[in-house]
Design a protein around this ligand. Sequence first.
Ligand code: ZN
Ligand code: ZN
Length: 136
Amino acid sequence: MSNKISGSCLCGKVSSIIKGQFKKFYQCYCDRCQKKSGSAFASLIFTTPDKIEWLSGEGLIKRFDLPEAQRFSNCFCTDCGSQVPYISRDGAFLVVPAGYISGDPQIRPSANIFWEERPCWFDDGKSAANFATYPE
Ligand SMILES: [Zn+2]
Ligand SMILES: [Zn+2]
């Protein structure tokens, strides 16, 4: 496959192209991902480290490696705070936050991991009312 998928942070200063097919797409409900995302789970897409081509803003990226964690890292744009792609600490994967990608990532989630750590309000949220914009 030679498809190229583009992505950027919220302010647009960090941007890149990611080449080829993604390998895995997991939604992680661990308490660490809740902290870093500010939400119920992190949507993480995996590929190999050689697949990323940075277009801009690499120098704006701050990396936080949680000392006691084996894999967990939080990498974000220092201007807008959005999570951006990073290479896992063991060098095995490029981890791409799904929301960083512009458009369809051409892969769908295959697993909800650390499911037992999901927040107590998550199941209720799935049955809450839906609105196209803000409720009246
Ligand atoms: Zn930014
Ligand atoms: Zn997690």
